[in-house]
Design a protein around this ligand. Structure first.
Ligand code: NOJ
Ligand code: CA
Length: 532
């Protein structure tokens, strides 16, 4: 059966504030994205996901929305947004917006009204209680905040200025689904859904049980000594995924990509029953903490193949605007990054790449005290070293620095005196222009493999079968679609490998030395090969 486009696509995430500044104020904007569409077309990713650019006081850099159907002036206008949709479509690409359905900003008119009294028409649009229960927010500490106007507390799953909407109120559900419809009617191809598994909380506000777990992990979102039993993954949220899907279906095939923290069984519940009638995709965040070994990836692929089989499609993601940049886990080694992305673009999945990952942009250490990101400010009394030791990026400014376009001032991101965040000092070597000229750069490797991915049906929608009997450190798999077949061999070892392998024809090699003869292959240190 032929797959829907959203199961065959590839996603590139744009953090608009950091992509390209068109009007010299140091802040990236929609016109900036428009002016880089040729670059994006050439890169080859078919779907662009753009982090929020709606009206917002920007206390959480756009994830605190004050109007879902207006554009924040620093990013541009409604006309710019509509033009962006049109231009992306003209190029045969898709555009996905970022929907923050769980919470608004405290500056949203709905919240202002809701807070104003216990009797106003929107009094029940958020979660209000006379007394807090024991629930902790996802960022630590009680998520209940006092509002003197009502003499009551409101609930925020994330930060205090992001109050959760009350989806048990039919009016709330209606206005939010109308916001979804508003953008779908403008031609948007779907949404990335912010903390979607938080949408419903327990109707009875029962206390969460105790657990020994201190910090939340990628597979277990409980933490701060509390199991998130009544604050996450409620059955009503699984049902809501289907309801949202039905709304999208009114407009054709639309992508719905859930940000769902937790284990794979839970994520699966959001994707619906066997026919995948819920969200169309869900991130797999477990792999954000990947280890760079063939064994790790063999196991990961096997687990994913078992948990997310056809007709579901997994999403492979190694970095985003909240987590360490992927290359940081590789000791900033560009050769290893090539192999990592070769895997990402050839395994059975929808690959999701974070802006700058294609050129190997690195984290930029910055102080907690002066951070623009609200999270590190919350933890400014804890020494950053402690977080480094457990591999947590608390200061998300570190992964949101301006895109490095060329060797000119501000890496070509902006002609303002100062960009909104500092540019990484490595921009003279790590930038799009320099890497475009180098045939073997990470950027050109990604472009080349993307080209093969787009051309080969077996890579986009074929089955995956693991190869066994390969030398230690080498990972191999076969992708098949009808009678088309592609073989991928990846050497995660520093040692070069030569081994017997009855192959056909090599269509791509990572390093010039990698070669395939009739009955054997040779892979350099961290080398890789695609055979047909
Ligand atoms: C998850 C988003 O990815 C993050 O950037 C944001 O701060 C929180 N949700 C709250 O919306
Ligand atoms: Ca700007």
């Amino acid at each position: 059966m032929t797959k829907s486009w959203y199961h065959k696509t590839s996603i590139y995430q744009i953090y608009p504030r950091s992509f390209y500044d068109s009007n010299h104020d140091g802040i990236g904007d929609l016109k900036g994205i428009l002016s880089k569409l040729d670059y994006l077309t050439e890169l080859g990713f078919e779907t662009l996901w753009i982090s929020p650019f709606f009206s917002s006081p920007q206390a959480d850099l756009g994830y605190d929305i004050s109007s879902y159907t207006d554009i924040a002036p620093e990013y541009g206008s409604m006309d710019d947004a509509l033009l962006l949709i049109e231009e992306i479509h003209k190029r045969g690409m898709k555009i996905v917006f970022d929907m923050v359905m769980n919470h608004t900003s405290t500056e949203h008119e709905w919240f202002k009204e809701s807070r104003s009294s216990r009797t106003n028409p929107k009094a029940d649009w958020y979660l209000w209680r006379d007394k807090p229960n024991n629930w902790k927010s996802m960022t630590g500490g009680s998520g209940w905040h006092y509002a003197k106007e009502r003499g009551q507390y409101f609930w925020s799953s994330f930060l205090p200025f992001q109050p959760d909407l009350n989806y048990r109120n039919p009016e709330v559900k209606k206005v939010m689904l109308d916001a979804v419809r508003f953008w779908l009617s403008k031609g948007v191809d779907g949404f990335r859904l912010d903390i979607f598994n938080v949408i419903y909380k327990d109707a009875e506000f029962r206390d969460n049980p105790f657990t020994f777990q201190l910090a939340p992990t990628e597979t277990n979102p409980s933490g701060f000594f509390q199991e998130a039993k009544y604050t996450l993954n409620q059955p009503e949220s699984f049902a809501f995924a289907k309801e949202l899907r039905a709304v999208c279906d009114e407009f054709g095939e639309k992508l719905l990509l859930g940000e769902i923290s937790g284990d794979r069984e839970t994520a699966q519940k959001f994707l619906g029953t066997k026919t995948n009638d819920g969200l169309t995709l869900a991130f797999d965040f477990d792999m954000l903490t990947f280890k760079f070994t063939a064994e790790y990836f063999r196991e990961l692929i096997q687990k994913i193949e078992a948990h997310v089989p056809d007709p579901f499609m997994p999403v492979y993601v190694f970095g985003n605007h909240d987590r360490r940049r992927s290359i940081d886990r590789l000791g900033n080694d560009l050769q290893k990054a090539k192999l990592l992305h070769m895997l990402q673009l050839t395994v059975r999945c929808v690959p999701c790449l974070y802006y700058g990952e294609e050129i190997g942009m690195t984290n930029l250490k910055q102080s907690f005290a002066t951070a623009l990101d609200p999270i590190p400010r919350k933890f400014k009394h804890i020494p950053p070293l402690l977080f480094d030791m457990i591999g947590l990026t608390i200061n998300r400014d570190e992964v949101r620095t301006p895109m490095q376009w060329d060797e000119t001032a501000n890496a070509g991101f902006s002609s303002a005196q100062k960009a909104w965040l500092p540019v990484h000092k490595n921009y003279k070597t790590i930038n799009v222009e320099t890497e475009s000229e180098d045939e073997n750069s990470l950027l050109n490797t990604i472009r080349a493999v993307m080209k093969i991915r787009v051309e080969e049906k077996s890579l986009r929608e074929g089955t995956l079968e693991m190869l066994t009997d390969l030398p230690n450190g080498v990972l191999g798999y076969i992708r098949k679609f009808e009678d088309e077949k592609i073989i991928i061999l990846l050497n995660f070892d520093k040692k070069e490998k030569q081994f017997e392998f009855e192959n056909t024809h090599c269509i791509f090699k990572l390093f010039p030395k990698d070669k395939a003869a009739k009955k054997s292959v040779y892979l350099s240190s961290f080398g890789g090969m695609i055979l047909k």
